[in-house]
Design a protein. Structure first.
Length: 138
């Protein structure tokens, strides 16, 4: 069995930003040379998420709206922010959307379903962060 590790790096322009990373991950899968296996995509930060969904702009805005309703950016309403941080909402949004994804590799490509795309969701951005792409297989 082969193993391959790579990183994607991001510095988002916005504090909250959704980035379609499907092409970037597919490139790393090609680089891996793995034909049949799995790829883990893990944001290496506790205020970011990786998830799979449709790349429709209205849906992305709906995600942002839903997350802001459930965990609004209000620095004075969270105990975590008493430590001097102002990003408690970012931690909560990450938990709501999910942490990481594992995808199948078939015939050397991501085995995506119809309309499926991979996204990096940043909730405390505007600084350099990385995403782990770890592929294993034959």
């Amino acid at each position: 069995m082969k193993s391959f590790t790579a990183y994607l790096w991001f510095t988002t322009k916005q504090k909250v930003e959704f980035v379609n990373i499907t092409d970037d991950v597919e490139e790393k899968v090609r680089e891996s040379g793995i034909k049949d296996g799995l790829v883990l995509i893990n944001p290496m930060h506790i205020t970011a998420s990786v998830f799979v969904n449709d790349a429709e702009s209205g849906l992305i805005e709906d995600f942002k709206t839903m997350l802001e309703r459930l965990a609004p950016h209000n620095p004075h309403s969270y105990r975590h922010n008493l430590t001097g941080e102002e990003n408690a909402d970012a931690h909560l949004k990450r938990q709501l959307l999910g942490h990481q994804v594992t995808m199948a590799i078939t015939n050397g490509k991501l085995d995506l379903g119809p309309w499926e795309q991979l996204f990096y969701a940043e909730f405390d951005g505007q600084r350099r962060k990385r995403v782990l792409v770890k592929a294993i297989g034959e």
